[in-house]
Design a binder for this molecule. Structure first.
Ligand SMILES: Cc1ncc(COP(=O)(O)O)c(C=O)c1O
Length: 359
């Protein structure tokens, strides 16, 4: 079987050694006589998995000791609601930066809980850039941003200086893609299904004082404190997903850590964006150059017919998952950590060929 070059936006490609390890450990998990899918989340085997996954995340991301890690269900979308639910009282303010559909969803949820100010937006230019020179609202409880805009192909290069206002960020589509200073943020959340593992678990990394906050007027299940006190096991956690995130982190360590991962992602992105820029009459990147994402490259061809032909010919070469998001159209090549450089080489050589034949 030839594995496809998988440019899916998420769930996305996983490292082959991780899949092989899952396969090898599936029937008899580390001598337990059963698979990890069948054992209690309170078993010593799973407790070790949870502890190791947390320790690896702390090591790989260099997470300071005053931060805690949670693994929750509900997707990143649940965090859109949990954040304002836990950190806003009626009438309190929070600042949001609107850089795409996921930011907009976060804003929509937050509006049910407080006074939400949109302090920066690229909506009027189809979310093609990351707003700069932002001014934050005095008294805001937090600033929220989306680090990487999976649909529109833009990414923050440097996060804004929010001074004494805590910065919260959705890193769903770029967690672990490069070295990042965690201490810039008070809270990070990320659905795992792009760079960190399979769908079904959301990683939360936050300053302990935020997770310890008492908020007794919301359901127990939606309080961060509940999950902190029970070490992500208040209810049955996504056991299998946490195990796979642990394997992905081991793979990142073997790869050389986040500095090496950042270089690997930059190399792939450079090759792809250079190919777009070298064929200006044919390919048109949709994001402004300085806002281009390392993870999701979005571009258009001269017509929708040519885009369909591009996707279909690419697919016959085993280049999979290149159709843009249904709301944006065009082409999107997602190049998450586990996508090999060779896959981008294959794609860019097809792109050159396709441009030559169809110009
Ligand atoms: C940046 C970003 N935030 C949030 C989400 C929503 O994640 P989930 O489907 O885990 O709720 C996605 C999904 O692709 C995303 O890309």
């Amino acid at each position: 079987m030839e594995r496809k070059s998988n440019f899916n936006a998420g769930p996305a490609t996983l490292p082959l050694p991780v899949l092989e390890k899952i396969q090898a450990e599936m029937i008899d998990f580390r001598g337990a006589g059963m698979s990890i899918l069948e054992m209690s989340h309170r078993s010593k085997e799973f407790t070790a998995v949870l502890d190791n996954t947390k320790a690896s995340l702390r090591e790989v991301m260099d997470i300071p000791s005053d931060y805690e890690i949670l693994f929750l269900g509900g997707g990143a979308s649940q965090q859109f609601a949990m954040i304002p639910m836990n950190f806003l009282q009626t009438g309190q303010k929070a600042d949001y930066i609107s850089t795409g559909s996921w930011s907009q969803k976060a804003i929509k949820e937050a509006k049910a809980f407080g006074d939400i100010q949109v302090v920066g937006s690229s909506e009027d230019q189809n979310f093609s850039f990351i707003p700069q020179n932002l001014e934050f609202s005095p008294g805001a409880q937090y600033v929220h941003l989306t680090s990487n805009n999976t649909i529109f192909g833009t990414q923050w290069k440097n996060y804004p200086e929010t001074k004494n206002i805590p910065l919260f960020a959705d890193l769903s589509s770029d967690i672990l893609c490069r070295k990042t200073d965690v201490s810039q943020f008070s809270l990070i959340y990320a659905g795992a299904q792009k760079n960190a593992g399979p769908a079904g678990v959301t990683i939360i990394i936050a300053r302990r004082e935020f997770l310890e906050k008492d908020k007794n007027d919301i359901p127990i299940i939606f309080r961060y404190k509940t999950h902190l006190e029970k070490d992500s096991c208040y209810n049955t956690p996504p056991v299998f997903q946490i195990y796979v995130v642990g394997l992905v982190l081991e793979w990142i360590k073997e790869f050389g850590g986040l500095l090496k991962m950042g270089e690997h992602n930059q190399r792939k992105a450079d090759l792809l964006y250079n190919t777009i820029d070298e064929n200006p009459g044919f390919y048109k990147g949709t994001a402004e150059k300085e806002s281009r994402s390392l993870m999701n490259a979005t571009f258009r061809l001269p017509s929708e017919d040519l885009e369909s032909k591009f996707i279909s010919e690419a697919s016959s070469l085993n280049l999979h998952g290149l159709k843009g998001h249904r709301s944006a159209g065009g082409i999107r090549a997602s190049m998450y950590n586990a996508l090999p450089f060779e896959a981008v080489e294959k794609l860019t050589s097809f792109m050159k060929d396709f441009a030559q034949k169809n110009s």
